[in-house]
Write a new protein. Sequence first.
Lengths: 118, 117
Amino acid sequence: AQKITQTQPGMFVQEKEAVTLDCTYDTSDQSYGLFWYKQPSSGEMIFLIYQGSYDEQNATEGRYSLNFQKARKSANLVISASQLGDSAMYFCAMREGGNKAAGNKLTFGGGTRVLVKP
Amino acid sequence: GAGVSQTPSNKVTEKGKYVELRCDPISGHTALYWYRQSLGQGPEFLIYFQGTGAADDSGLPNDRFFAVRPEGSVSTLKIQRTERGDSAVYLCASSLTPKGQGNYGYTFGSGTRLTVV
């Protein structure tokens, strides 16, 4: 089974509207971290937001918020008030493994391409 | 430096040749990672360094791939006898702490696009 699943290959969103990008994950670890990255056409992966498995509150960073539903193993990204510059690929990623060295790598989903329409 | 620097940004090589890809992490970041991103896919983990040593090389696809970080800063990913299937963007990332958690995350470079012809 895939560890990170992003079911939306591509989405259109109207400028100034909110958009939700889906991410489900699969792990048997109790301690893990979830990340969202933005990858514009330039190729660089830009860190957006982080949620720890033990964090009780959903993470927020400016216009980005993470809808963390632990029981459903879901970590959806919500982008509010979309801007033209938000057009990019978005990747959900997970770090597992607690304190083991193997637990430092990220496992990425296949990504969702977002296109913001003016 | 201000960010993670990767050189070259683009590399075209002939099948069977040897290539080296360089990563210069953020100063002070002890953890360094290499990922490979094929067209239309998410990045896939290759290798992780903590300091000078490779703490996890489980993602290296075969023995043609090797990476070093001799002084705990700059890292070089080396690919021998390149094959067309090695064509991808090779991303390097560094983090202040091994877990890359919280506001630090993992900082990625812009990648090296390798094309094997």
